[in-house]
Design a protein around this ligand. Structure first.
Ligand code: KE4
Length: 424
């Protein structure tokens, strides 16, 4: 089998940057990306046959670890009946009913094929429902790569150091207003500066694309109140948080009811699925029921729906999975907290549940500006140190660590030992 280096040499000749998603190129950590050959449980193996304990989990979907037997069996069985029909199927009804019955703030839901598509569609719906054009987002929040969201985006764009993407027309950016995360005054000012024009506020209820940044006391409640006061919709982008921070996502964990919510990752069980859902009167505006158009050849694909439904049923019927993730998160991030303190390291740790980030800055990280004070060169050293010892972290300071239910206490303790060695 070809080595990662050989594959990268070939890849860059036929794929821009050699990858189908920029963060995978390992650009900010100065390494040739490891080409992954297979995954199972909490592990991935690269084409050289090296095994890593996986703290990326495909950027979130692998809540139950890779190759979950229930999900795999359901997918294998579904493949016998064909891969795609481009027609209505019972499976789409089943997964939509399941989510609407088990997630209180979702009356109706529409399946799409990625988180980007879910956000893009939810924003169009908010604009169609309110008749307003402007959207408020937060610097450092990433909501996928639709034009109007690539304005002071986080995640890959932030890592690439390009605050706005080339190719985004000024006409798109002008209707996207950027506020400061955890700063309600910055949101209030945008509402007051654009009276009656803001269709929606979209937020990562726990930010995970500038690294993990938690909502401060009252922040989400304040967004809810401001949206109500100004007649705008509150959209929770739960592509990462959804079904991870609780079965009902951050909305359930923090007790806030958004008007619309976007999903991805976990909802697909590893297959390409995104979704947006929320209040019936809003969702009913979507074609063909209403005037807001959106469509997709592979939306509701039977294999993807099978994987997603199998994973959601496993998560909903076994709340012990969430108990385990909380325990694992406490063990890992509590352990890192102790190590940073013992080493008096100029680092900050943000974490909630099974999500967390070590920032290489002594400052508290509460927003995009403070996240950017991180020493990305030092993060790259940390990433390389951990990779050499068999721990596969997200290859960017501005991403998150993801734990699965299959990360055992022993594996977590081994991770902590390696981090402790790096800090010493
Ligand atoms: P996708 O289009 O990549 O499925 O979802 C976009 C998206 C939307 N909203 C949030 C909160 C997200 O985190 C994402 C995508 N997350 C990144 C990881 N930070 C995906 C990894 C990548 O870009 O390769």
């Amino acid at each position: 089998m070809a080595t990662s280096a050989e594959l990268m040499d070939r890849a860059v000749k036929v794929i821009p940057g050699g990858v189908n998603s920029p963060v995978r190129a390992f650009g900010s950590v100065g390494l040739t990306p490891r080409f992954i050959a297979r995954a199972d449980g909490p592990y991935v193996w690269d084409v050289e046959g090296t095994r890593y304990l996986d703290y990326v989990g495909s950027w979130g979907p692998m809540f139950l670890g890779h190759n979950n037997p229930a999900v795999r069996a359901a997918v294998q069985e579904a493949c016998e009946r064909g891969l795609s029909f481009g027609a209505a199927t019972e499976l789409e009804v089943q997964i939509a009913e399941y989510i609407c019955e088990t997630v209180p703030h979702v009356d109706m839901i529409r399946m799409v094929n990625s988180g980007t598509e879910a956000v893009m569609s939810a924003l169009r719906l908010a604009r169609g429902f309110t008749g307003r054009d402007k959207i408020v987002k937060f610097a450092g929040n990433y909501h996928g790569h639709s034009d109007c969201m690539l304005v002071a985006a986080g995640s890959g764009v932030m890592t690439a150091g390009v605050p706005d993407s080339a190719g985004v027309p000024a006409g798109c950016a002008q209707d996207t207003l950027t506020a400061t995360y955890n700063d309600l005054d910055s949101v209030r000012a945008l509402f007051e500066g654009n009276p009656g024009q803001v269709a929606a506020v979209i937020v990562e209820p726990v930010a995970a694309n500038m690294g993990v940044v938690l909502p401060g006391e009252g922040f989400l409640e304040g967004l809810r109140a401001l949206c109500d006061e100004h007649g705008a919709l509150l959209i929770f982008d739960e592509v990462i948080c959804g079904f991870r921070l609780a079965y009902g996502g951050a909305a359930a964990r923090f007790g806030i009811v958004p008007d619309l919510v976007t999903y991805g990752k976990i909802i697909g069980g590893g297959m390409p699925v995104g979704a947006f859902g929320g209040k019936r009167d809003i969702m009913q505006k979507m074609a063909p029921a209403g005037p807001v158009y959106q469509a997709g050849t592979l939306s509701g694909n039977p294999i993807a729906m099978t994987a997603g439904l199998a994973q959601l049923v496993e998560l909903h019927d076994h709340p012990e999975h969430y108990e385990r993730l909380e325990q694992a998160g406490e063990r890992l991030f509590g352990g890192i907290e102790s190590l940073l303190s013992e080493a008096n390291a100029p680092c900050t740790l943000n974490h909630v549940g099974s999500l967390g980030s070590v920032f290489f800055t002594p400052d508290a990280v509460i927003d995009y500006t403070s996240a950017k004070t991180s020493d990305t060169a030092r993060f790259a050293e940390y990433f390389r140190f951990m990779l050499e010892r068999g721990f596969y972290l997200a290859p960017s300071q501005f991403e998150a660590m993801f734990i699965s239910t299959l990360h055992t206490d022993e594996m977590i303790d081994e991770t902590l030992a390696a981090i402790g060695e790096f800090l010493s």
